[in-house]
Ligand binder design. Structure first.
Ligand code: BGC
Length: 364
C-alpha cells in the first residue's frame, strides 16, 4: 500500500466543525494533574492517512493541555500493538487510548492494565470481549453505512422504482467491529433492493463474510474486483455501482476498474462509495472516479477523547452521549459518538477546504 506523507496539522485546524459537540464541559487549562500524567496513544498503522491524522491530532491536543504523550503505531501487527500497550502500562501511563488492530486480541493485556489501575479509552474501533475498557469514542458507525446506502439509493432513483442495476459489494476487515456496523447500516438501506431484484449482485457475494477484505487492504480489494470483472462482467455487462465501505478499498476498486477500461464516455466509472476523505480519494472525487466519501473529522474525535482523558485523570465521569449501542461482548461500553458527513464533488470545498482540514494544494 502506498504510504502517504502527512503534513502536520496546524493548531488552527483543531476543533470546531462537524457536529460532535459534547454536552459537558471540561477544563481548558493545564492542570497539575495533566503535567503529572503520561497518556498512551496506540494507533494501528501509519500506512493509512486517517490514522496519521488521528495520532497527530491526539498528540497535539493532549500536549496543549499539558499531558506527556506516548504515541505509538503498530503497522497493523497485533503482537507489536500488544507489546506497545504493555510498555505503556509498565512505564506508568495513566490512561491509554487505543485504536485496536484486532478488536478481540487485547483481553490479556487489558487485564494487566486493570490490575495496574490504568484506564482505557477505545478509539474509533471497539475493543471487544473485555470488561477492562472504560469508554469508547467514535463516529456513528451505523450512520456511516446509512449515508453510503442512501447515496446509492438516491443516485440510482431506487425509491422511484428504477432498476435493475448491477452492484458489487465490499466489506471491511472482519477483525474490526466497525466493519460489521458499517455493513449493517448499508444493508439497512440497500437489502430491500437486493431482495426485490432492483440491485443485482452478479457475483452472488453479498453476505459480510463473503465480501470482507482482511486488513482493509487496497490490493486485496483490487484483486477481488479483478476476479469479479473477469468472471461476471467480461461479456459486456455493465457494472453500475460498487459499494465500498472506505477509501482504502475504493482505491483498489478504482485501480481495477481503470485496468478493465472503465472511465471513458462509453464506459463511465460506476457509482463508488467510500469513507475517510483521504487525499487521493478526494482527488478521485474531483476526477469523477469515486462518487462520494464519508468525512469523519478526526479533529473533533480527538477533542472529545481529550475531554474524556481530562475527566478520567481528574477522577470524574467522562462525557458520553450513547450508553446503549456498543456492547463489546462483555459489557455495554459508554460511548461518545461524533457525526459523519456525506461528501461529494458538490460540497468537498465547503466541508474540507473551508474548515482548513485540507488546503487546495493537498488535493491537487
Ligand atoms: C475506521 C475507518 C477506516 C478503516 C480502515 C475503520 O475502523 O473507522 O475510518 O477507513 O478502519 O483503517
Amino acid at each position: 500500500m502506498k504510504k502517504f506523507l502527512i503534513a502536520l496539522l496546524t493548531a488552527s485546524m483543531i476543533g470546531g466543525f462537524a457536529g460532535c459537540s459534547s454536552t459537558s464541559s471540561s477544563s481548558s487549562t493545564t492542570s497539575k494533574k495533566a503535567s503529572d500524567s503520561k497518556i498512551g496513544v496506540a494507533m494501528p498503522t501509519k500506512s493509512l492517512q486517517r490514522w496519521n491524522q488521528d495520532g497527530t491530532n491526539m498528540k497535539s491536543q493532549l500536549e496543549a493541555k499539558g499531558y506527556k504523550v506516548d504515541l505509538q503505531y503498530a503497522e497493523n501487527d497485533v503482537n507489536t500493538q500488544v507489546s506497545q500497550i504493555e510498555n505503556m502500562i509498565t512505564s506508568g501511563d495513566k490512561v491509554i487510548v487505543i485504536a485496536p488492530i484486532d478488536g478481540s486480541a487485547l483481553t490479556d493485556v487489558l487485564s494487566k492494565a486493570s490490575d495496574e489501575g490504568v484506564k482505557v479509552v477505545s478509539y474509533d474501533r471497539l475493543i471487544m470481549n473485555t470488561p477492562n475498557v472504560d469508554y469508547y469514542a467514535t463516529f456513528d458507525n451505523f450512520k456511516v453505512g446509512v449515508i453510503q446506502g442512501q447515496f446509492i439509493e438516491n443516485k440510482l432513483g431506487l425509491k422511484d422504482g428504477k432498476g435493475p442495476f448491477n452492484m458489487e459489494v465490499f466489506g471491511g476487515s472482519p477483525d474490526d467491529n466497525n466493519a460489521k456496523v458499517f455493513y449493517q447500516g448499508e444493508m439497512s438501506v440497500l437489502k430491500k433492493y437486493i431482495d426485490n431484484g432492483k440491485l443485482v449482485v452478479k457475483s452472488g457475494q453479498v453476505d459480510f463474510d463473503k465480501v470482507a477484505i482482511s486488513g482493509w487492504k487496497s490490493e486485496t480489494a483490487q484483486a477481488r474486483m479483478d476476479n469479479i470483472i473477469t468472471s461476471k462482467y467480461a461479456s459486456g455487462a455493465k457494472l453500475d455501482v460498487v459499494l465500498s465501505p472506505n477509501d482504502s478499498l475504493a482505491i483498489g476498486v478504482v485501480a481495477s476498474l481503470k485496468n478493465a477500461g472503465y472511465g471513458t464516455s462509453s464506459k463511465p466509472f460506476p457509482i463508488l462509495t467510500g469513507q475517510d476523505c483521504d487525499k487521493p480519494n478526494v482527488v478521485a472525487l474531483k476526477n469523477d472516479q469515486q462518487s462520494m466519501s464519508v468525512f469523519k473529522d478526526t479533529r473533533n474525535l480527538a477533542t472529545n477523547v481529550v475531554k474524556m482523558v481530562d475527566a478520567i485523570v481528574s477522577g470524574k465521569k467522562a462525557p458520553v452521549n450513547d450508553t446503549k449501542t456498543y456492547n463489546n461482548g462483555s459489557k455495554v461500553v459508554p460511548s461518545f459518538l461524533c457525526d459523519p458527513i456525506s461528501v461529494d464533488k458538490s460540497n468537498y470545498k465547503q466541508v474540507l477546504i473551508d474548515t482548513k482540514y485540507y488546503s487546495e494544494s493537498d488535493i491537487k
